[in-house]
Design a protein around this ligand. Structure first.
Ligand SMILES: [Zn+2]
Length: 257
C-alpha cells in the first residue's frame, strides 16, 4: 500500500507541475495561474455551499433591500474580468457587519452592514471588492489550497468523476467549508481586490470615494465596545489598504479629463 501511495503522490506532483507550466492566464491578475477546479465544478461547489448557508442563516427575501443589492452588484458584475459564471447576490438577515464570497460567484452581504452603509457607492465598494476576489480567483484558490492534495488523491484513486469527488469531500467536511469561508485572505489578495474593486467601480460609473467612506464606517464601528466588525477579520490590513486605495483614487482623478 505504501508503494501505491507513493505512486499516487508522484503522479499528483507531476500533474500539478504540468499544470503550473501551462497554467491559465487570468486577465484580472495578469498572471498565469494554476487552477485545477474547473468553472462547472466551482459553480456546483458554490451551490452545495449555498445549501449549507441556507441551513445556517436566514436569507432575506425583502424585495427593496435585495433589489438594491442585486442592482448594484449586477452593474459591477457586468464589468468584471471574470465572466465564465453568473454572479449571485444574497442578503443575510443578521445584525453583523460582514460580507463574503464563496466559490462560483456567490456573494453574501449581512443586513447589519447594509444598514450602516448609506450611499450606493459605499455598498458598491464592498461588492466590487468581493467581485475582485471572484475575478482574481482568490476564493477558489483558498479552497483549492485546503482541499487540494486530498482531493487530487481521491480523484486519482477513484473512478468517480472529479465533480462528484469534490462534492463528497465538501459534504463530508462542512466544518472545514465554513471555516474556509470565514478565514482571512492574505495581504496581497486584499490589495489586489481593492485595486480590482476600484477598477470595476470606475467602469460601472460609481464614485470611487465610496470605498474610503465605507472604510471609515468600518473603522468607526471598530471602536466603542472593542468589537471588530467580522468583515475586517476576513478582510484584514485595513490601515495599509486605506493608504493604497487613497493613492489609487488620486491617480484615477488625475487621469480623468
Ligand atoms: Zn477582501
Amino acid at each position: 500500500m505504501k508503494y501505491f501511495q507513493l505512486i499516487v503522490f508522484l503522479v499528483s506532483v507531476t500533474f500539478l507541475s504540468g499544470c503550473a507550466s501551462l497554467g491559465t492566464y487570468n486577465p484580472a491578475t495578469e498572471r498565469r495561474e494554476l487552477i485545477f477546479i474547473s468553472t462547472p465544478s466551482e459553480v456546483s461547489m458554490g451551490k452545495d455551499i449555498h445549501s449549507q448557508l441556507q441551513r445556517e442563516y436566514e436569507i432575506s427575501y425583502d424585495l427593496v433591500k435585495t433589489g438594491r443589492l442585486k442592482n448594484i452588484g449586477q452593474r459591477l458584475a457586468q464589468v468584471s474580468d471574470r465572466q465564465d459564471f453568473k454572479y449571485n447576490f444574497y442578503l443575510i438577515n443578521k445584525d453583523e457587519m460582514n460580507a463574503f464570497t464563496t466559490p462560483g460567484g456567490n456573494i453574501y452581504f449581512f443586513s447589519g452592514l447594509l444598514d450602516k452603509l448609506t450611499s450606493d457607492d459605499e455598498v458598491a465598494s464592498v461588492l466590487a471588492h468581493e467581485i475582485g476576489h471572484c475575478a482574481a480567483r482568490h476564493t477558489v484558490k483558498k479552497f483549492q489550497a485546503a482541499l487540494g492534495y486530498d482531493l487530487i488523491g481521491s480523484i486519482l484513486l477513484s473512478q468517480v468523476s472529479p465533480e462528484n469527488q469534490m462534492r463528497n469531500v465538501l459534504l463530508r467536511s462542512s466544518n472545514t467549508v465554513m471555516s474556509l469561508i470565514f478565514s482571512a485572505y492574505g495581504r496581497q489578495d486584499e490589495f489586489e481586490s481593492d485595486h480590482l474593486g476600484l477598477k470595476y467601480m470606475h467602469l460601472a460609473g460609481f464614485n470611487l470615494d465610496g470605498m474610503i467612506k465605507a472604510f471609515e464606517v468600518l473603522e468607526q464601528n471598530s471602536k466603542g465596545d472593542g468589537r471588530i466588525p467580522l468583515i475586517l477579520r476576513t478582510h484584514p490590513y485595513i490601515k495599509d489598504r486605506i493608504i493604497k486605495v487613497k493613492d489609487e483614487i488620486t491617480r484615477y482623478k488625475k487621469a480623468a479629463p
